[in-house]
Design a protein around this ligand. Structure first.
Ligand SMILES: Cc1cc2nc3c(=O)[nH]c(=O)nc-3n(C[C@H](O)[C@H](O)[C@H](O)COP(=O)(O)OP(=O)(O)OC[C@H]3O[C@@H](n4cnc5c(N)ncnc54)[C@H](O)[C@@H]3O)c2cc1C
Length: 495
């Protein structure tokens, strides 16, 4: 049995800890914050329960697969409901475009907007199914240490090859003409941190997942997933140390031998670092042991940061549903302000989550819980004035679209932005979603899951493989734990 130190308690750290404990090791998770969950933390204020980060529960199969490896199912820990409609998009027209849960109904929505598009959607989803099967069921579980791992898959050599070099934008536009359908089909890849023209078409497997596997919600909020995994980890024997900032990974004779934390030193046989990769490399290990230089990080394309408002409203709001995307301004202009000429956006698109539409427990009776997210470029100068600047305009846009005034009914508001991401999570440039999944930052081209100089130091999380998002973070923890297991077996065999 080895002593394993997991740095960070986000989804990737929790996942790595569970797999390491299942292998029979003595596992401790070290978390700097007082609450576990990383970017998926939660807080309660004036009777409103706010999920601080993720709100979209997509790819339920990945969660099932995760729990199955511990002979569990998600319902052992939380209750999922499928949202119907899954989400809606507001454009310049008065009425929102709602995306129903049933595929048959989605085809009808498409056909009502663009004649012939239902048939095209069927073809799009048939190709998506193949991508999903190959991509999500096989490729994303690879450690991506060498291209040879991918040599046997038809993604590289066969039917899907063209989907690597074609962009999501070109691909989507070869099927659909209506700008609303294009926005609907392109938006899921924004989660991957770059513009649709920069993301390989392979990732349109996300649309397949969004439209065919549904949009789900764990009752009481996304934090239930964190609590569930924490409970399972504890059942597996994992210990947690919160309010425990890791200050240094001490390396002796080429191996991580202990970690220095705000609660003292802890000996270890292996370290799985699931805190932001850049922070671990630049702040926790000495320069000679780093995989990458500061220049390497500067040249990387980071996924956006965001400006978030957590808002409590003392009345119900018309027309909002659980997930609402406000695409009523110029998408290309906002995207350029994030990715091409990073600056505070003039008239941004935004997303509003209103979980109180589904779950009465997240707001006091008759009230509404709002999570408003504006994607912005990472590294922007974050000031109280800037945070305030957008609020009234955004609320006004929601009021207009919903035909319902509620500014005067706001009884609670908190903002969260670049500086908070940097200070709470040690996030490089205050990024929210890690590294973008562009072609040049996919698979082997992502920061490596292994430290190349320190054999018992592994990395997990949204800056390494497979990338940003809760399902990838769970997979990342599994990959890191498997690499650790291979390492421990190799030293056992050598002795
Ligand atoms: C606002 C927002 C909305 C999102 N929405 C969605 C969504 O709807 N659906 C989806 O699937 N994904 C979403 N994501 C992405 C998803 O939440 C992340 O990809 C995922 O949670 C990242 O997990 P992680 O384990 O890699 O990192 P983190 O969650 O950041 O975990 C890393 C942990 O390491 C800790 N740490 C850092 N430094 C130290 C140190 N020195 N010592 C000890 N601990 C340390 C941090 O405090 C943190 O707890 C969203 C992200 C954000 C920010």
């Amino acid at each position: 049995m080895a002593k394993v130190a997991v740095i960070g308690s986000g989804f990737s750290g929790l996942s790595a800890a569970c797999f390491a404990a299942k292998q029979g090791h003595e596992v401790t998770v070290f978390e700097k914050n007082s609450v576990i969950g990383g970017r998926s933390r939660f807080y309660e204020e004036q009777g409103f329960m706010f999920d601080m980060g993720p709100s979209w529960y997509w790819m339920p199969d990945v969660f099932e697969k995760f729990f199955k490896q511990f002979d569990k199912v998600p319902s052992d820990y939380y209750k999922l409901v499928q949202l119907d409609p899954g989400f809606q998009l507001f454009f310049s027209e008065a009425n929102a475009l709602q995306v129903p849960a049933k595929l048959e109904d989605i085809y009808q929505v498409f056909e009502s907007i663009e004649k012939g598009s239902a048939t095209k959607l069927k073809k799009f989803l048939a190709e998506g199914e193949l991508k999903y099967k190959v991509g999500m069921e096989q490729l994303v579980y690879k450690p991506a240490l060498s291209w040879m791992e991918f040599a046997n898959y038809n993604v590289i050599s066969g039917a899907l090859k063209s989907h690597i070099f074609k962009s999501v934008q070109t691909y989507v536009r070869s099927f659909f003409k209506d700008e609303r359908l294009i926005a609907l089909m392109e938006f899921p890849v924004l989660f991957l941190g770059a513009m649709p023209k920069q993301i390989p078409a392979l990732y349109s497997l996300m649309n397949y997942a969004a439209l065919t596997k549904g949009t789900w919600y764990p009752m009481l909020g996304m934090y239930q997933v964190v609590s569930g995994i924490e409970k399972m980890a504890t059942e597996l024997g994992v210990s947690f140390k919160t309010n425990c900032n890791v200050e240094k990974i001490n390396i002796t004779a080429g191996k991580a031998s202990s970690i220095t934390t705000s609660l003292g030193d802890f000996k270890t046989d292996v370290v799985i670092a699931s805190a932001d990769y850049n922070h671990v490399e630049q702040k926790l290990i000495d320069i000679e042991y780093r995989n990458y230089s500061e220049k390497y990080w500067e040249e990387k394309t980071f996924a956006p940061s965001c400006l978030i408002y957590y808002v409590g409203v003392n009345k119900k709001i018309n027309k909002l549903i659980h997930h609402n995307l406000f695409f009523d301004t110029d998408f290309d202009k906002h995207a350029k302000e994030i990715y091409e000429t990073p600056q505070w956006p003039e008239n941004p698109l935004f997303y509003v989550c209103c979980p109180s539409k589904t779950d009465a427990t997240v707001a006091p009776a008759g009230m509404e819980n709002l999570f408003i997210l504006v994607p912005i470029a990472p590294g922007l100068k974050d000031t109280p004035e800037m945070r305030e600047h957008y609020f009234a305009a955004i609320i006004n846009r929601i009021e207009q679209k919903c035909n319902d005034a509620f500014l005067a009914n706001i009884i609670y508001k908190k903002t969260y932005c670049v500086n908070d991401f940097a200070s709470d999570y040690n996030a490089y440039k205050g990024n929210a979603y890690g590294l973008a999944n562009t072609l040049k930052q996919t698979a082997v081209l992502k920061p490596s899951v292994k430290n190349k100089k320190v054999k018992n130091l592994f990395y997990a999380g949204q800056l390494t493989v497979p990338g940003p998002g809760v399902p990838p973070a769970l997979i990342s923890g599994e990959i890191a734990a498997t690499q650790m297991s291979n390492y421990l077996k190799s030293i056992k065999n050598a002795n």
